[in-house]
Design a protein around this ligand. Structure first.
Ligand code: SAH
Ligand code: SF4
Length: 374
C-alpha cells in the first residue's frame, strides 16, 4: 500500500507510536527527532548515525512514500544592507508561500506563513485581497523554520531567536496545525526555541484567543486592530463584523489576565483613515487597563487598496498621543530594509507570463519596508 506521510507532521509521541506499531523500539524516536528537528536533515535515508533497526524502518517508510517537507526556493531577495532575506518557497503541490529571515544585533527572527492565502479579506492586505487557497500542514510551517536554520548554519550562525507568525495567512484560523508546529519548535530534544520568543499575530479571532488563554499557551500575542471603533475597524477588516470590537477587547483582557504578558497591538497607519488625533485618543481609551505595547506599521501599498501610508509628522503625532496616555508605542520601520518585508503583502508574488514561474514583485514601499521584531 502506498501511504505518503510527511515526517515533519508527527509529534514526538506520534513518531513513537508509529515505531511501536512496526515493532521497532520507541527509544529510536530520539535519534530520528533530533535528525529531523535538531539537525534539519532532509534526506533521512543516508544518515549514518541511525542504528540499523531505525535505518531499516526509515528505508521501508521512504519506500512507502513518507517524505520530509523540503520546499524549493523559487526566489531569494536580500535587502541592500544584507539584514533581511525574503524567500519564496514552493510547496509540493506547487503553491508558493513566503518566509522572511531578519537579523538585527546578531540575533535573527523568522517570519513564517501559516496558510496559502487568507480568508479574512483585510482590504489593505495583498494576501487578503487574493483570498484563501488552503491551510498549511504542521510540517509545512516547520519546514520554513528549518529552511532558515539551514541558511544560518551555512553562514556559521546559530542564533535564530525569535519567531513571528506574521507571514501569509491567519494563524488562529489554522489553530491545531499552528499550535502543533510551535510545540515542536519548543521541544528541547529538537529545535529548542523559546516559547516566550514566539509571537502569534491575529486579526482577532475571539474564540481562538479565549482558547489560547484557557490552554495557558505562553506565546506572545499580537492583535491587528487598525480601527478604534466598530465601524472604522469593519471598514478595513470585514471579519471584524463576526467578532465585534468589545468582544475582542474582552478577549484581550482575559488573555492578559491569564498569561500575564503584554499584548502587542498592531496598527497599520493609513493616511486620513486611522492616523488622526481623534483616533489616537479613542484608541487610548479603548485599551485602558490592558497591558499592551502598540506597534505602528507604515502601510505598504498594494494593488487592491487605494489608501496611502501616513505622513511622517502625522505618524509621530499619533505615537506621541499614545505615549502621553502611558502606552509603550514604537514603529516597526527599520532602516535599510528594501525587500518589501511587510509580511502580509505576500501576494506580491506574481506569475511571470513568459516563464510561467512565480516571482516576487519588486517592493513598492517608499518607506523602505518593515522589520518585524517582538
Ligand atoms: N493574519 C495575521 C498575521 C499576518 S499579517 C494578522 O493579520 O495579524 C501580519 C501583519 O501585517 C498584520 O498586522 C497586518 O495588519 C499587517 N499588514 C498586512 N498588510 C499590510 C500592508 N499592506 N501594510 C502594512 N501592514 C500590513
Ligand atoms: Fe489575513 Fe492578516 Fe492579511 Fe488580514 S492582514 S488578510 S488576517 S494575512
Amino acid at each position: 500500500m502506498h501511504d505518503t506521510r510527511p515526517w515533519l507532521d508527527f509529534s514526538y509521541e506520534e513518531l513513537t507510536i508509529e515505531l511501536c506499531k512496526d515493532g521497532v523500539k520507541p527509544v529510536h524516536a530520539k535519534a530520528l527527532w533530533r535528525a529531523l528537528h535538531g539537525q534539519g536533515l532532509r534526506d533521512l535515508k543516508n544518515c549514518d548515525s541511525f542504528l540499523p533497526p531505525l535505518q531499516k524502518w526509515i528505508s521501508d517508510k521512504t519506500e512507502q512514500g513518507w517524505f520530509v517537507d523540503d520546499p524549493e526556493v523559487v526566489q531569494e531577495t536580500h535587502s541592500s544592507d544584507g539584514l533581511t532575506r525574503k524567500y519564496l518557497l514552493r510547496l509540493r503541490d506547487g503553491q508558493t508561500i513566503e518566509t522572511v529571515l531578519m537579523g538585527y544585533d546578531g540575533r535573527h527572527t523568522v517570519c513564517v506563513s501559516t496558510q496559502v492565502g487568507c480568508a479574512m479579506g483585510c482590504v489593505f492586505c495583498a494576501t487578503g485581497q487574493a483570498g484563501f487557497t488552503r491551510q498549511l500542514r504542521t510540517g509545512e510551517i516547520l519546514a520554513q523554520v528549518l529552511h532558515v536554520q539551514r541558511v544560518l548554519r551555512k553562514d556559521g550562525k546559530r542564533d535564530l531567536r525569535n519567531l513571528v507568525l506574521m507571514g501569509m495567512g491567519e494563524p488562529l484560523h489554522n489553530y491545531d496545525a499552528v499550535m502543533k508546529a510551535l510545540a515542536t519548535l519548543a521541544d528541547k530534544r529538537g529545535c529548542s526555541l523559546s516559547r516566550h520568543r514566539m509571537t502569534i499575530s491575529t486579526v482577532g479571532l475571539v474564540p481562538a484567543i479565549h482558547r489560547m488563554a484557557a490552554e495557558k499557551c505562553p506565546y506572545n500575542l499580537a492583535v491587528s486592530l487598525h480601527g478604534s471603533n466598530e465601524s472604522a475597524r469593519a471598514a478595513l477588516i470585514p471579519v471584524a463584523k463576526k467578532w465585534p470590537l468589545d468582544q475582542l477587547i474582552e478577549a484581550c483582557r482575559v488573555y492578559d489576565r491569564s498569561i500575564g504578558k503584554s499584548i502587542f497591538i498592531e496598527w497599520t497607519l493609513i493616511a486620513g483613515k486611522n492616523d488622526t488625533d481623534e483616533v489616537a485618543y479613542e484608541l487610548a481609551a479603548l485599551l485602558k487597563g490592558i497591558n499592551v505595547h502598540i506597534n505602528l506599521i507604515p502601510l505598504n501599498p498594494t494593488q487592491g487598496f487605494s489608501g496611502h501610508a501616513s505622513g511622517h509628522h502625522d505618524a509621530i503625532r499619533f505615537q506621541k498621543i499614545l505615549r502621553a496616555a502611558g502606552y509603550p508605542c514604537t514603529f516597526r520601520q527599520r532602516r535599510g530594509i528594501d525587500v518589501g518585508a511587510g509580511c502580509g503583502q505576500l501576494r506580491e508574488v506574481v506569475k511571470n507570463r513568459a516563464t510561467g514561474k512565480a516571482e516576487l514583485r519588486e517592493p513598492r514601499n517608499p518607506l523602505k519596508g518593515i522589520a518585524i521584531e517582538p
